[in-house]
Design a binder for this molecule. Structure first.
Ligand SMILES: [Zn+2]
Length: 110
């Protein structure tokens, strides 16, 4: 599913896209704003990212900031999350950043 999204086969719910990343709304939102930011190129998870991916990873973060502003949660605050493997709660094997906001988020996370 994620790879289809990354390749542009599925465009529903897209909130941002450019030549390197796509961002779309989570189908099971955990907060009023819950966007997933993914690289178009397949990277299984953060452990699979290497030095050659550093510019792409940085681009994902600046895209996340841009989307937070676009979604109107930059001032109130938001959280970026990367889950990895089973204990981290990674459910799909394509690297993604969760952008969460629109309510007060608890700490520590569950
Ligand atoms: Zn993929």
């Amino acid at each position: 599913m994620f790879c289809k999204l990354a390749s542009g086969e599925i465009a529903a719910g897209t909130v941002y896209s450019d030549d390197r990343v796509v961002a779309f709304r989570d189908v099971a939102p955990a907060a009023p704003i819950h966007v997933l930011i993914i690289p178009r190129r397949h990277i299984e998870n953060i452990l699979a990212a290497n030095k050659a991916d550093e510019a792409l990873l940085g681009h994902m973060l600046t895209a996340a900031s841009r989307i937070a502003r676009q979604e109107g949660i930059a001032e109130s605050g938001f959280r970026l999350v990367i889950n990895c493997n089973e204990d981290g709660g990674q459910s799909i094997d394509h690297l993604h950043i969760h952008l969460l906001g629109g309510r007060k988020l608890g700490w520590p996370p569950g």
